[in-house]
Design a protein around this ligand. Structure first.
Ligand code: COA
Length: 172
């Protein structure tokens, strides 16, 4: 399912997108607040994209590449994780290449996902998790109407470093 917004086209992630994902997943600044550190090996990014595609086939998650409609430039991707069809809920995530930051792209893409979740997938609730200190992601969530619901101490193990996270939630 392709989702169109004012400036963006969101298309389901494919194996062919892996070389477009690599530049930002290998960028330590972009990955500073992600669950895993920057990935230096392009084959590892390709393997990660392959497992994302497999998750989509199993209807456990959905991933969309974010492109500028005007130029076709690949900006990043957004995701619906842990799709729970019994409880009508999922987790939202987004990642944008550094050159695209601060132009409202993540908010615009995520808003389209929210609308798709509510109208087409029939979901009723969404959560999102940030690493403490990720002011940008928290701002995006706030603009989308999410509220902080919890604080998870040492929730993530990143290369042996335990990180605290915040949980945000939204009921449709
Ligand atoms: C989080 C991320 C997706 C935001 O992308 P983006 O396209 O720049 O987001 P937007 O432009 O829609 O919104 C960013 C907002 O944060 C604000 N902002 C920027 N730096 C900030 C900071 N240090 N603290 C608080 N807010 C900040 C911007 O001003 C903007 O708000 P505004 O529109 O009211 O001015 C991007 O920074 C990213 O890919 N980060 C790495 C991946 C990640 O950590 N994802 C979060 C996991 S869910």
């Amino acid at each position: 399912m392709i989702l169109e917004t004012e400036r963006l086209s969101l298309t389901p992630l494919t194996l062919e997108d892996a070389p477009l994902v690599y530049p930002f997943m290998s960028d330590p600044e972009v990955m500073a607040h992600w669950d895993r550190a920057a990935i230096e090996d392009p084959d590892e990014v390709a393997a990660a994209v392959a497992s994302q595609v497999a998750e989509m086939e199993e209807r456990r998650a959905m991933y969309w590449g974010i492109r500028l409609t005007k130029t076709g430039r690949f900006l990043g991707y957004c995701e619906l994780l842990d799709l729970d069809w019994r409880h009508h809920r999922c987790e939202l995530g987004f990642i944008v290449a550094r050159e695209g930051w601060g132009r409202g792209y993540a908010t615009e893409a995520a808003a389209a996902l929210l609308a798709y979740c509510a109208s087409t997938l029939g979901l009723k609730r969404m959560i999102a998790r940030t690493h403490v200190g990720d002011g940008r992601a928290e701002k995006v969530l706030q603009k989308l109407g999410f509220e902080q619901e919890g604080y998870l101490k040492g929730h993530v193990d990143r290369d042996g470093e335990r990180r605290d996270c915040r949980i945000f939630g939204l009921l449709f």
